[in-house]
Design a binder for this molecule. Structure first.
Ligand code: NAI
Length: 693
């Protein structure tokens, strides 16, 4: 039963039971109304207390119902709330754990509320591009005041109940004994026969509501350019101030319906569900038992090894870090310490926490010290010969059952696995730089990787706060394989008539965190150069614009050399368009006999984004990614793709695959048209009116 009903000394106690967070799905909503009716019909019952137990009062709407008809099936949440508000017997909410979104709106419909001081209270709907649609925008300002309500509804960020202790929201905020306090209050109110308070009848007091709303609206508009929800929140809150309760509710409902149908909210909800879905891997059910990981070894203390180590140290997992020589080891350690000390300076860590993390780290020059590790992550130079030597050593000394992972970004994980006598214990863990910051982890499943090895690493990723996506083995895995096509198009655009600053401006206006050329300057243009040199040998048929090579030949590797696609003043990361680079590009076009043309921003965006989409479709078709939403997660968490567009595959679905294919066929007729062979999957979906997601 989603709602447990029990009578204690004349008080009906309704306990929500819908793990994990008492989501308010249809069965729970029905259970609530039925239990309320039962309590009201029973003369022996004097009052009602609603609780959700220690973990959660309620986390809000049942997300599994989103996009399904149950969400609007009666009793809807507004119906449930109105029923409690209209109850002739007093209703008290006993809030522990959390009251979020619809859960808080439900409590706002009750006559009294008692909360545990640490309970999380908030209205996070805006994070899914929505607003609180069950009266939250109307009742919450009445309960906590206008300014707090605006801040919390527009940001969506929850606060501890103790922070709201001096508002009308709570009758009491207590350290412990929430349920007992609620029962006592309920009994007292029932015995007193006092009129039952309803939040809807309260007024919003503010010395200058008009002035504050105007000020807040300007701030919100400036901060939420691509997101319609925050301003709609403002509209609804303004109605709460200026109009009567029912009229305010109508404004809220209308705004909610508009947001629910908006592309932005659909994209944000897609992103939310996709991230959860990425952790669920077909075939890895409860019967696959993960191995336990209590000690980690890392080979290589360079850029990646150090950052990777920090992830484990942050989660309290001891790390043994191995290098070739003392100097490199010392440098790696110093970098880790400096990163922690910077965090401490910013107030994110205490000095004790810094020392506790460093104490978990054991530096070594000896492979023998890795013999006890449950997982070893290799992060040495990107050369097959070096990987072969390292995996050979690891195979000789790692204990049976240890997982051997490579952080390679381009090499064949199946070949690396063959350097050991235990290929089923080998897989790729492709972290993104800076590895201690970036949330994305591509987990590369080799042909031989055992299911429990994969399950272990997926669970470990959660433990260290990463969003893990499974990729099959191919050059570049999901993310980098796609970005290569994007970069290729960016290069071709330069030859045809665009300049780096125009391409970047167009992509940043589309919503990318950074355009491709600013990105190249940040990451180092020499990385792509090295890859292209290798490709020229392995796959000479793939064509590139030579402009990026010419740039590297000029020594312009990016920010690290003080010059790349842009010029940089010493100590300043501001990208300044470079006349030298512009001249190089124009001279190259002339040399190729290309008449430069004006390229509009729409073409730039479509060519770069559809290049991602087409490669993504191939990746799906080949089974490298199990689902389109996994590709979207990679791009949202690792490549700065705008969340409000839901990822490249979702964006293509939103544009319509028919339209995407039509553009590709147009590009195929242009210069460099050979890069536009549409994937058979894309063609099939487009021609049958279907979509990726
Ligand atoms: P790096 O050059 O900064 O660090 C490599 C470290 O490994 C050096 O400190 C070197 O002394 C050490 N090393 C080399 N051979 C060794 C051996 N046999 N035993 C022990 N230590 C050895 O390189 P980085 O950037 O950290 O890359 C490491 C791996 O991570 C490569 O496979 C790279 O492709 C991959 N990767 C790099 C990313 C990046 O943005 N830098 C992103 C994702 C993956």
């Amino acid at each position: 039963m989603p709602v447990n009903y029990e009578i204690r000394d004349g008080i009906a106690i309704l306990t929500l039971h819908n793990p994990p967070v008492n989501g308010l799905g249809i069965a729970t909503r029905r259970g609530l109304v039925e239990s309320l009716d039962r309590a009201c019909d029973d003369d022996a019952v004097k009052g009602v207390v609603v609780t959700g137990g220690a973990r959660a009062f309620s986390g809000g709407a049942d997300i599994r119902e989103f996009n399904r008809p149950e969400a609007s099936q009666e009793p809807t949440l507004p119906t449930v709330i109105t029923a409690f508000e209209a109850s002739p017997k007093p209703v008290v909410a006993a809030i522990e754990g959390m009251a979020l979104g619809g859960g808080l709106e439900l409590a706002l419909g009750m006559h009294h509320r008692i909360a545990a001081s640490g309970a999380q209270i908030g209205l996070p709907e805006v994070k899914l591009g929505l607003l609180p649609g069950a009266g939250g925008t109307q009742r919450f300002p009445r309960a906590v005041g206008l300014e707090t309500a605006v801040n919390m509804i527009v940001s969506g960020t929850p606060v501890a109940a103790s922070r709201l202790a001096d508002t009308r929201l709570f009758d009491a905020v207590v350290e412990e004994g929430v349920l007992d306090a609620a029962i006592a209050l309920c009994r007292e109110v029932a015995e007193s026969g006092a009129t039952l308070p309803r939040v809807r009848d309260w007024t919003i007091e503010h010395p200058d509501a008009e002035g504050f709303l105007g000020f807040a609206r300007n701030g919100v508009a400036a901060a939420s350019a691509h997101y319609p929800a925050p301003l709609k929140c403002m509209d609804a809150i303004e109605a709460a101030v200026k109009r009567d309760f029912e009229a305010g509710l109508a404004v809220e409902r209308e705004a909610f319906a508009q947001l629910l149908a908006s592309d932005e909210s659909r994209a944000l909800r897609h992103a939310f569900f996709s991230e959860r879905a990425a952790g669920k891997v077909a075939g890895l059910d409860a019967s696959v038992v993960p191995r336990s990981i209590d000690a980690v070894g890392i080979v290589g203390a360079g850029t990646m090894g150090g950052g990777i180590a920090m992830n484990f140290l942050n989660a309290g997992i001891p790390v043994t870090l191995l290098e070739l020589g003392q100097e490199a080891l010392d440098r790696g350690l110093a970098t880790i310490r400096r990163n922690y000390e910077n965090s401490a300076r910013k107030g994110k860590l205490t000095a004790e926490q810094v020392e506790a993390r460093m104490a978990l780290l054991t530096p070594t020059l000896s492979y023998d010290d890795l013999a006890h590790a449950d997982l070893v992550v290799e992060a040495v130079f990107e050369e097959m010969g070096v990987k072969e030597a390292v995996f050979g050593r690891l195979d000789d000394l790692a204990k049976p059952g240890a997982i051997l992972a490579s952080n390679t970004s381009t090499l064949d994980v199946d070949r690396i696995a063959q350097f050991t006598r235990r290929p089923s214990d080998v897989l790729g863990t492709h972290f993104f730089s800076p590895a201690n910051v970036m949330k994305l982890l591509e987990v590369v499943r080799g042909k031989a990787t055992a299911p429990d090895v994969l399950a272990t690493v997926m669970a470990l990723a959660r433990r260290i706060g990463k969003t893990a996506v499974v990729s099959g083995v191919c050059d570049g895995f999901i993310g980098n394989r796609m970005i290569e096509q994007y970069s290729r198009q960016a290069g071709f655009l330069l030859e045809e008539g665009a300049l780096p600053q125009q391409v970047d401006r167009a992509m940043e206006a589309f919503g990318m965190a950074m355009g491709p050329f600013r990105m190249g300057d940040l990451a180092g243009n020499d990385i792509g150069w090295a890859i292209r040199k290798r490709r020229a040998v392995d796959s000479p048929e793939i064509t590139y614009s030579r402009t990026a090579d010419l740039l590297c030949e000029m020594g312009r590797f990016g920010q690290k050399t003080g010059a790349g696609w842009y010029d940089y003043a010493p100590g300043d990361r501001t990208a300044r368009p470079s006349p030298v680079v512009d001249a190089m590009i124009e001279a190259y076009s002339a040399e190729q006999g290309i008449t430069r043309r004006r390229i509009d921003d729409q073409e730039i965006v479509e060519r770069l984004v559809y290049a991602l989409v087409n490669e993504g479709a191939l990746i799906l078709e080949e089974g490298i990614a199990a689902k389109a939403s996994d590709i979207d997660v990679v791009y949202l968490t690792g490549y700065g793709f705008p969340v409000w567009r839901g990822g490249p595959m979702f964006h293509a679905d939103t544009v319509g695959l028919y339209n995407v294919l039509r553009s590709m066929r147009r590009f195929a007729k242009g210069l460099h048209g050979d890069a536009w062979e549409p994937s058979p999957l894309l063609v099939e979906l487009a021609e049958t009116g279907r979509s990726f997601n």
